[in-house]
Design a protein around this ligand. Structure first.
Ligand code: MG
Ligand code: MG
Length: 323
């Protein structure tokens, strides 16, 4: 297995981090993509929650093609409300902003613990277990575990991507690990989170060509072959981060619009709020605000929408990449 820094540096050959904005990409353009990424996360979560834990066949029977934000699902959500995927990202974002753009493990652990005390609508088992152990021990970093390969750290990674755009590969990797290890100290979780940050940085830099973006996939597949889908469609993805990322990549690279991308991914069922949230951030950064269907924007709970918009800009302001 390659060392992650070597891998990161190697896969940044074409890139982005060292010379952030491509010619013609202005601050306002990047801000649009950052805000769209955050709204995409919340929209994917709100859309997917309706069909979370259903199989594709059950979704067809109940909804035909699920393409509207209607609430319901096993959490009996109100239409436009979001789940842990979005609210944990917002808690993480607040912790980063309180630390002037730095990702500090203790601040992240305290923020996520406060989030858990506020009784969120749902919470993953790994998140709960490791936050309870943080309360007991005061150790912000969970012990390394091969079992903690759930998607809970990857799903909330967006604030880290927004405040680290333009930082060195070493600083980006450290930030990814600092936030992730609070609840998921696991190599596959780290690899997925890093891949998402790299793709988001590419997209913020104006890189749109699928073959360029797919170089990020080559890197993670080389380091962790378990992520390979072997040409099989990933339906019904579980909370295992490998299955999550397979569904996300397939939906992201096989569609040409924000709407098609999110509809493709959430209709695969399984952990659909989380695959929706993750692919929503990527699709937002790829297609921008203009690409988001107005009916989905209108449906999103207004306080969530405002928090996403404000945090996206505030986090991006700490990023050295902003022109
Ligand atoms: Mg959720
Ligand atoms: Mg979920």
């Amino acid at each position: 297995m390659l060392n992650p820094i070597a891998l990161l540096t190697q896969s940044f050959k074409h890139d982005a981090l060292l010379s952030p904005a491509l010619p013609g990409r202005h601050g306002a353009w990047v801000q649009d993509r950052a805000v769209a990424a955050y709204l995409g996360l919340a929209i994917g979560d709100a859309l997917g929650a309706t069909v979370e834990f259903l199989t594709p066949r059950e979704i067809v029977q109940k909804h035909g093609v699920h393409r509207d934000i209607t609430g319901g699902g096993w959490l009996r959500l109100k239409a436009g409300h979001v789940t842990d995927d979005t609210t944990m990202a917002l808690a993480l974002g607040r912790a980063i902003l309180a630390e002037q753009g730095q990702v500090r493990p203790l601040a992240v652990a305290q923020a996520l613990d406060a989030w858990m005390r506020a009784k969120p609508v749902d919470i993953g088992n790994t998140v709960r277990r490791n936050l309870i152990s943080f309360r007991r021990t005061g150790q912000a970093e969970a012990p390394e575990s091969e079992h903690d390969a759930g998607n809970g750290a990857a799903m909330r990674i967006l604030p880290v991507a927004l405040c680290t755009w333009g930082k060195t590969p070493e600083a980006v990797l450290a930030a990814v690990r600092h936030q992730g290890h609070v609840t998921h100290h696991n190599a596959l979780s780290d690899a997925a989170s890093l891949n998402l940050v790299q793709l988001l940085h590419d997209l913020l830099s104006g890189i749109q060509q699928p073959d360029k973006l797919q170089e990020r996939l080559s890197a993670i597949l080389h380091a962790h072959p378990v992520f390979a889908d072997r040409g099989r469609r990933r339906d019904n993805p579980s909370g295992f981060v490998v299955e999550t990322m397979q569904a996300v990549w397939q939906g992201f690279f096989d569609t040409q619009s924000f709407e098609d991308c999110l509809v493709d991914v959430v209709n695969r069922g399984g952990d659909a709020d989380t695959t929706g949230a993750i692919v929503g951030m990527l699709a937002g950064a790829r297609y921008g605000l203009d690409g988001i269907p107005p009916r989905w924007l209108r449906a999103l709970e207004s306080s969530v929408r405002t928090q996403c918009e404000q945090q996206a800009l505030a986090l991006l302001a700490y990023s050295p990449g902003l022109p």
